[in-house]
Design a protein around this ligand. Structure first.
Ligand code: MN
Length: 624
């Protein structure tokens, strides 16, 4: 990164551009589903455009690759690096959260960053969802120690506690921590053109390292925002190739280049090459149409609710799983209220998920904070760090009672975990020693990683598990497994390659269309369960044989979900309000309590069972 030491309006250096096509753009538009095989044919050309950096890793790519694509994210990094030796690779990293959803111990953070740099990452954008810089201490130290460039980022958000003085102060502290550049991370696209001009002007006066702006086009202000930021002297901006740009993605690079053409800040990119790359992704995008939700376009609601695009589609998915899609508007209105109670955290992973799920629960249960997730409790306890605003005390009391919130850096409470994690993995897989990269993958996503290691390389072409290998027969509807369909006068050859495990959004079917593999999520009206003999039993509406709730001691779940753990045994004596189960719904866990004291008479569930609100899960009866 070339440093600019000029003052704000005098910055006459060509604007530097980071290309987000291989990370944020397809994360924002195609639910992070683009496969490495669709990147490799064009990667060498992207390398020649003249970008200051290419964003190739981080954010949701790691999770999505092992969960859905069954590809090794470390391998993607190495493959891309081979064909893109020229342009520096940048990744996005959530500080102590790395690429996962909880805080990891310092030894994991240090090792993950070491391996990321060793496998090809040059620049790491480090941020914390709450802008609590204590959560960046270890990742900063490790990035600099292993020879990476550290781009310290603060999350831009709007509230009565967020203003330019606060942002400038954050930027100064990030610079003191050793930032090679400072990033304004506007993950929701809330930064207006004039606010950008103001903020960048102030930052350029206070900061001597380059300033980098990241935004999304969700409210369609982004091109104007970049133009004003450029006028104020911004050094680097993030764009995507036009065919994967705009809407919830970044602004198009070609547009920015055209606006600046022949002026002092012309980025001087290879425009012919850009056209070629845009054409390539126009075709590629068509194959991922199934993953484009109705929320990937322009949506000015983001300005009212501050809910980023990715979070809106997540909320919609969660509500449809709870059969409550009609309550979307209520949930969107509840989000800002919960955010205020929580001290106005910026809405970005993982705070967006914690706030979004709590808001959904507040609406669905009909009573605010009647059910509080484990993650909300941890948040209220300070385990995610501190937000910029004050936390509502009565909500905090509801969550953690008379316990005190912590005051230290959250990760100071975590013991080293990498060695134990390695032993766990080797025990579970029984395949001998695993690479340190595999151990890290497992540490970040223990459950998903085990499925991934078992499936990896076992299926057709891309290691996707085939139907037979899983003992699942495609339902009769899809037989015969090869047929032709006609769409708009064109004929396509269709072949069913395999069926995956059901998960969020339905059951994945892997289908070859004209020889090209596609993943299609099928949401079934019938719950199809393979029996032990491999026969398929269909349960219409997922009905179970559990009794219906009728008595006071019948413990049930407040919402459909899955049992994480059973905390009692038959015959146990329990106090009123004791925890009997932990349920996972909408990616968050919550405790289920017994309403009465007594003896546990019957337990109708075990770990992993799907459960519904009208069923008895545990029977507690008062002692005579
Ligand atoms: Mn982004």
């Amino acid at each position: 990164m070339a440093a600019s030491n000029m003052k704000s309006a005098e910055n006459l250096n060509p604007i530097q551009i980071m290309d987000t096509t291989l990370r944020d753009a397809h994360q924002s538009i195609l639910a992070t589903r683009m496969r490495t095989e669709d990147m490799l044919p064009i990667a060498a050309k992207i390398d020649q455009v003249g970008y200051a950096a290419v964003e190739t890793w981080g954010g949701a790519t790691f999770d999505a690759m092992i969960r859905y694509l069954k590809e090794d994210p470390w391998e993607r990094l190495r493959e891309l690096k081979k064909v893109m030796p020229k342009t520096p690779f940048q990744m996005l990293l959530r500080g102590q959260n790395l690429l996962g959803y909880r805080h990891y111990a310092d030894d994991v953070v240090e090792c993950f960053i070491d391996r990321s740099i060793s496998n090809g990452i040059d620049i790491i954008r480090l941020f914390d969802a709450l802008n609590d810089l204590r959560n960046l201490k270890t990742s900063f130290r490790a990035t600099l120690k292993y020879g990476g460039k550290a781009e310290g980022a603060f999350c831009y958000t709007v509230s009565r506690f967020h203003n330019n003085d606060l942002f400038v102060d954050l930027a100064k502290r990030l610079e003191d921590m050793g930032s090679d550049a400072i990033c304004i991370k506007d993950m929701a696209g809330l930064l207006s053109p004039y606010a950008a001009f103001d903020l960048v002007t102030k930052l350029k006066k206070a900061i001597s390292v380059p300033i980098h702006l990241h935004t999304h086009d969700t409210s369609a202000m982004s091109v104007a925002t970049y133009v004003k930021a450029i006028e104020a002297g911004i050094d680097i901006i993030d764009t995507a190739i036009s065919s994967l740009s705009s809407g919830t993605s970044q602004p198009p690079v070609e547009t920015i280049a055209a606006i600046l053409k022949d002026g002092p800040r012309d980025p001087k990119l290879d425009m012919a090459l850009l056209t070629e790359i845009a054409d390539y992704f126009t075709e590629t995008r068509k194959r991922y149409k199934a993953f484009e939700s109705e929320y990937t376009g322009v949506d000015p609601r983001v300005l009212a609710y501050q809910v980023p695009g990715g979070m809106t589609s997540n909320l919609a998915l969660q509500l449809s799983e709870q059969n409550a899609l009609d309550r979307m508007k209520e949930v969107l209105e509840e989000v800002p209220r919960v955010r205020e109670d929580f001290g106005f955290p910026p809405l970005v992973t993982p705070s967006s998920q914690i706030v979004g799920t709590q808001a959904t629960l507040n609406v669905l249960t009909g009573e605010r904070y009647k059910v509080i997730t484990t993650e909300t409790k941890n948040y209220l306890k300070g385990l995610y760090g501190l937000p910029s605003g004050p936390i509502n005390e009565s909500v905090q009391k509801k969550g953690i009672g008379d316990e005190d919130a912590i005051t230290c850096r959250p990760a100071d409470l975590l013991e080293p975990e990498l060695e134990q994690s390695r032993l766990d993995l080797e025990n579970k897989l029984n395949e001998g020693e695993k690479s340190i990269e595999d151990v890290l993958t497992y540490t970040l996503f223990p459950k998903v990683a085990i499925d991934f290691f078992k499936d990896e390389g076992s299926g057709p072409d891309l290691g996707l598990a085939s139907a037979e290998q899983q003992g699942i027969v495609p339902p009769p509807l899809l037989a015969p497994s090869e047929f032709n369909i006609k769409v708009h006068g064109e004929t396509f050859e269709v072949q069913v390659g395999g069926v995956g495990y059901p998960g969020e959004g339905g059951r994945p079917y892997f289908i070859y269309i004209d020889g090209h593999l596609e993943e299609v999520m099928v949401e079934s009206l019938m719950e199809v369960v393979p029996s032990e003999e491999g026969r398929i039993d269909a349960h219409v509406g997922g009905q179970s044989s559990r009794p219906k709730v009728s008595e006071e001691g019948d413990v049930t779940t407040p919402m459909p979900g899955a049992v994480v753990s059973v905390k009692v045994k038959q015959g146990d004596r329990v106090e009123a309000g004791a925890v009997v189960l932990v349920i996972e719904a909408m990616k968050m866990q919550s405790e289920v309590h017994t309403p009465i004291a007594g003896l546990v008479k019957a337990i109708y569930v075990s770990e992993g069972d799907r459960v519904n609100p009208d069923e008895v899960l545990v029977e507690v009866r008062a002692e005579a």
